[in-house]
Design a protein around this ligand. Sequence first.
Ligand code: PMV
Length: 324
Amino acid sequence: MKASAVACANQGLVKYWGKTDERLRLPTNDSISVCLDGLTTHTTVEFGRAHARDEFVLNGRPSPDPRIPRHLDLIRSLAHSELRARVESRNGFPASVGMASSASGFAALTVAATAAAGMHPDPKELSRIARRGSGSASRSIPGGFAELRAGRDDERTYAARLAGPDDLDFRTLIASVATTPKKVGSSEGMRITSETSPMFASRMSYLPGALTRMKEALRSRDPAKVAHLAEIDTLSMHACMLTSDPPLIYWTGGTIDVIREVIALREAGRRAFFSIDAGQNVFVNCPAVDAEPVRERLASLRSVTSVLLSRPGGPAKLVEEHLF
Ligand code: PMV
C-alpha cells in the first residue's frame, strides 16, 4: 500500500536538550515549539513484496541514512508486517536554507508509513512514534504551538497543541548563514551537555518557570512576549552547550552578526528576538507587523545567505499527491 504525507519543521520556543532514555528518546524536560510553514517535507511510502529491501530517496538522490530503516522497523513491528518499503522525500525549501529537517522528515515519514502499513493511529500515538525518530518530530504532528511533555515512559511522552497556527500574529524569519556541516549531532550533544555542563542543573531549575511564562504568553496571544521568552531560553540552552566539555559551539561569525543586528533593530524600536536551535542559523521571531522591515535588514547583512519568512504551520497530514 502507498501513502503520502506533508509535515512542517518546528522551532523550539522553550527547547529540550537532554534525554532520560536514549533508546526511547524520552526528553529530560517539557518543551514548547512553533511549526514553521516555510519548512515542509513531503514523503511517500510504499510497502510491498516488490521491494527486496528498504530504499530511501531524498530530494531525488538515494540516501543511506540508517535512521530511516530503523524507523520503518519500529512501524513494521507495530503493524506486524515484514514488508520492505520504498520511501521518497522532498523538502519544500531550498537546500541553501541549511536547515536540518529531522522534525518535518520524521513527522511526514511517520504519518505516511503508518497509513501505508494499514494502521490507524490517533494523533497521540503518531506523536509518540514520531518522537522515536527525532524528539522534536513529535511536536510537528499536532502543528501550531505544541508542547511535548516529558513523561516517564513511552506511553506518556507525546506532544499536544497549546494554540493553533492562526491564534497569534507570529512570524519567523529564518536567516541562513554560510553552512558548515555540524560536527556533533543532537543526540551526542545532549549527552555531553547533561553529563558535563555545570550550568545544566541551573537550567533544569529555571525551566518550570520558563514553561509557565511561555504558556501564559501563548494564552494571552502575545507574539512579542513569546518571541522574547524564546530568546531568553535560547541563551539558557546555549550557555549549557558552551560550558560542556568538550564545548559545543554551534554558532559561527554569521550567527553573531545576526544576533547583533537583532539587538540593533530592537534599539531602533522593532520587536524582533533571536532564537537558535543546535546549529548556526538564526530564527528571528516577531509580531507580523514587524516582519517586513526586519526581513529587509537581515537580508542586507553580508553574512546572511537567505532569509525565509515563515508563518506558524499546521499539523502533519496525509495528502493525495504521491511522489512516485
Ligand atoms: O529533534 P532532536 O531530537 O534532534 O532535538 C533537537 C533539539 C533542539 O532543536 C536543539 C531544541 C528543540 O527543542 O527543538
